[in-house]
Design a protein around this ligand. Structure first.
Ligand code: HEM
Ligand SMILES: [Ca+2]
Ligand SMILES: [Ca+2]
Length: 301
């Protein structure tokens, strides 16, 4: 694998500091940037590897595809790149900026953080059609596991990385079918806590504005903590794909371990999340003479 911690130590010693300060000030002025950047890194890595293919502008690039339509925080990556090009022209890849910004977003919202192996190079292709294999909000667990396995990630990685939903929001349009007409039953998804259902129905009225956004981690959308898993156990997952992690016995076991259920070998969410992020960050990484270091993150050189 082609990444290592401290890759820019001599070529651009201030690289990590620059990204951190840009992310910090962006998150301070708009908290929604933190979940935006975390999700952006996932959507980059799962399509042609972690190569900043997600950042390319154009009429049929990845960012124009439906699964990427709600991504937020592109301007933060551009701002970091501008500062890095002044400090060390042509050295730091946009793919590495994404990896650092994802970590810094977690730290900025209360997570522990991890050392980020660096040295990714930027990709030369970005095609909307390639986004078809991204996990979807209604994927059953078997499909989620397959999509992660296809990228070299296991079931624990799936449950740990889904813990990213401890931050951020989802648009009503992506889950309101669960509240009113689940699987054409004309009723709600029976796996939702009946005491939680009215809360979601109030936030997303039937036939209402589908762009309204609701915390994925009820009561703790701005804080990087364990609460997402407690919500899953309490049948308060918002997305069908999240609720499914509790409803399936294999993934439920990992949820319980992240919750520290007695009798099961405990897993510390913050630690395992960092480990799984490093694994995700090494998907199909380009190094050596592959790819390039972009001058601006939105276009191939
Ligand atoms: C089976 C896997 C996954 C599925 C099906 C999934 C699906 C979704 C969906 C449908 C949303 C709502 C998007 C919106 O309405 O704007 C969302 C949000 C989010 N996802 Fe995931 N996701 C998955 C895994 C991940 C992973 C691995 C990460 C990062 C490591 C991640 C990070 C996030 C974040 C932070 C948000 C909130 C975005 C915001 O507030 O702007 N997700 N996800
Ligand atoms: Ca990519
Ligand atoms: Ca949270």
């Amino acid at each position: 694998q082609g990444t290592r911690v401290g890759f820019y130590q001599t070529s651009c010693p201030r690289a990590e500091t620059i990204v951190r300060s840009v992310v910090q000030s962006a998150v301070n002025s708009n908290a929604a940037v933190a979940p935006g950047l975390l999700r952006m890194f996932f959507h980059d890595c799962f399509v042609n590897g972690c190569d900043a293919s997600i950042l390319i502008d154009g009429s049929s690039s990845e960012k124009t595809a439906a699964p990427n339509s709600l991504l937020r925080g592109f301007e933060v990556i551009d701002a970091a790149k501008t500062q890095l090009e002044t400090a060390c022209p042509g050295v730091v890849s946009c793919a590495d900026i994404l990896a650092l910004a994802a970590r810094d977003s977690v730290v900025q919202t209360g997570g522990t953080g991890w050392s980020v192996p660096l040295g990714r190079r930027d990709g030369l292709v970005s095609r909307a059609a390639d986004t078809a294999n991204l996990p979807a909000f209604n994927d059953p667990v078997s499909v989620q596991i397959r999509k992660f396995t296809d990228k070299g990630l296991n079931t624990q990685d799936l449950v740990a990385l889904s813990g990213a939903h401890t931050l951020g929001t989802a648009a009503c349009t992506l889950f309101s079918y669960r509240l009113y007409n689940f699987n054409s039953t004309n009723g709600p998804d029976p796996s939702i806590d009946p005491a939680f259902l009215p809360t979601l129905q109030n936030l997303c009225p039937n036939g209402g504005d589908g762009t309204v956004r609701v915390d994925l981690d009820n009561g703790s959308g701005g804080r990087f903590d364990n609460s997402y898993y407690a919500n899953l156990r309490n049948r308060r997952g918002v997305l069908e794909s999240d609720a499914a992690l509790w409803n399936d016995p294999t993934t439920q076991r990992f949820v319980q371990r992240f919750l520290g259920v007695r009798g099961l070998l405990g897993l510390t969410f913050n630690v395992e999340f960092g480990r799984s992020m490093v694994r995700m960050g090494n998907i199909e990484v380009k190094s050596g003479t592959q790819g390039e270091i972009r001058r601006v993150c939105t276009a191939i050189n």
